[in-house]
Design a binder for this molecule. Structure first.
Ligand code: PEP
Ligand code: MG
Length: 492
């Protein structure tokens, strides 16, 4: 109190500034790596486990960890997170044995047999592939940072060389810049913390490709699975379906499928799981036992895959559908069937006949088609009349076929633009037509994880968005934000 005036001093403790942590090291000026952002900040930052390359070439020698932070290899950042570890160059399957806990796998391109090694690795770098290649999809689901399409990683990097991988920026840096002490846990990392999961009118679902990722996917609090790719289950058998059936019988094949799908359907029950029937191009099948019988195709992406293959081999497709029929008998009423790479209503009518032949009532079960070709987008009215319950945008393929840009070709990766006006026009038209026919719409391509696409689609009135596991939380918030803005605008 001074004279007649009262002064009040109010104070509160500062609780928002963290202790600086010397162990959190920065990398180079150019490719600065923020080593430890914390478990739940949404960055997906992951710490490497102890380098486990016993018997490797001096991977754990102290002096080798002196980091210059210089970028030595770059490519497409395809699974976020920053890790340090010893490189292990894998050129043949036998090399996988040398990959220890916390090592960085360096290879031309990953294959299904590599999944166990990918799980124990701290990071993955490939020469080939784009954002929708095997390495990109599987590493994202496992929560392992990855860089694809470097063109030269297997020649530049050496066994035991300590490197830091920045899966966000797509850079491999010289030396070990991340403290290997702390380790994040892939399931906890994606679990919504605070604020609680936003309630949205547009459903936010998640994509799953390997059943091993089901728990991590469910932990995101997603409203269901918008795409479960079955081909990774088949590829991991290491035999083509035909060969597997020949050697083990149809029942064993059906059981394998049931097992994989159940793992995910159980994890999410009663939330819906949209399971896609087999869609593997012949070049992927050729690597498997029995693959010699695969057709040699000049361009497998335009070839014998998706519904085309299924309708050509209705015997194999029938067994696949029998797996669905048995799942329904077992009470998995949350399973939905999605048909890949359809072009027109003819494809849908023929597939519907196959559903019926397998004892699946198309009127009772929920099923739909992917919109992955311009032809499908332009035929959506006829697809609706053929009885689909939903149309789901496969923007990875829709982009490659609309823009004539091979999705796995790193030389044209900069032209792969899912937000190209031509693509947006197709999406907008399909959503409008589907609304008129009371058909649900969704997106399950990579682009569903991008804020700009989310914004566009919610504004257009899409029913659901299916995102990558690591993107679900951000997509939930983005959808909420756009929906609230729409509501506000309607009152202004
Ligand atoms: C797509 O094409 O967008 C899609 C989700 O299918 P896939 O990536 O498996 O071809
Ligand atoms: Mg596709």
């Amino acid at each position: 109190m001074t004279d007649d005036e009262d002064f009040m001093l109010q104070s509160r403790p500062i609780t928002t500034i963290e202790e600086p942590d010397d162990a959190k090291v920065e990398a180079s000026d150019s490719g600065a790596v923020n080593a430890a952002q914390g478990v739940t900040d949404g960055s997906g930052s992951v710490q490497a486990a102890e380098s486990g390359s016993e018997g490797g070439s001096g991977a754990s020698d102290g002096d080798a960890s002196e980091a210059t932070g210089e970028i030595i290899v770059d490519g497409l950042g395809s699974s976020p997170g920053t890790v340090s570890g010893a490189a292990q160059v894998v050129t043949k399957l036998d090399d996988l044995a040398k990959v220890g806990e916390g090592d960085i796998i360096v290879t031309e391109m990953t294959m299904p047999d590599m999944v166990p090694a990918m799980k124990r690795a701290a990071g993955i770098v490939t020469d080939e592939g784009g954002m929708t290649s095997h390495a990109a999809i599987v590493s994202r689901e496992l929560g392992v940072p990855a860089i694809v399409g470097t063109t030269n990683a297997t020649t530049v990097l050496e066994d035991g060389q300590l490197v830091t991988l920045d899966g966000e920026k797509g850079a491999v840096l010289e030396g070990e810049t991340v403290d290997p002490e702390e380790e994040t846990e892939p399931v906890e990392e994606v679990r919504p913390q605070s604020p609680v999961k936003p309630m949205t009118a547009t459903e936010v679902k998640v994509n799953v490709s390997i059943p091993e990722a089901a728990e991590r996917a469910a932990a995101t609090g997603a409203d269901g699975v918008g795409l479960l790719r079955t081909e990774h289950m088949i590829l991991s058998l290491n035999q083509t379906p035909e060969k597997f059936i020949e050697e083990n019988g149809t029942d064993a094949y059906i059981k394998e499928l049931i097992q994989g799908i159940r793992t995910v359907a159980d994890e999410f029950y009663p939330r819906p799981v949209r399971v896609r029937t087999l869609d593997a191009p012949s070049d992927e099948f050729r690597q498997l036992e029995g693959g010699d019988d695969e057709p040699v195709e000049h361009n497998p992406m335009l070839g014998y895959r998706g519904i085309r293959r299924s309708l050509d081999r209705t015997d194999v497709f029938g067994h696949e559908l029998e797996a669905f029929a048995r799942l329904y008998e077992m009470g998995y009423d949350n399973v939905e069937i999605m048909l890949p790479l359809v072009n027109d209503a003819e494809d849908v009518y023929r597939a519907k006949e196959q559903l019926k032949a397998a004892g699946i009532d198309p009127e009772k079960r929920k099923w739909g088609a992917m919109i992955e070709t311009p032809a499908a987008a332009l035929s959506v009215e006829e697809l609706a009349e053929a009885g689909i319950d939903f149309a789901s945008f496969g923007t990875n393929d829709l982009t490659q076929y609309t823009l004539a840009v091979d999705r796995n070709n790193e030389h044209v990766a900069d032209r792969f633009d899912e937000l190209h006006p031509a693509i947006l026009r197709l999406l907008e038209d399909v959503i409008e037509t589907c609304r008129e026919h009371d058909i649900e719409t969704s997106i399950c391509g990579q682009a569903g994880s991008k804020p700009d696409m989310v914004q566009f689609l919610v504004n257009q009135g899409i029913s659901s968005i299916s995102a990558n596991i690591d993107a679900v939380r951000d997509v939930q918030h983005e959808v909420k934000r756009v929906e609230e803005k729409l509501l506000l605008d309607s009152h202004r």
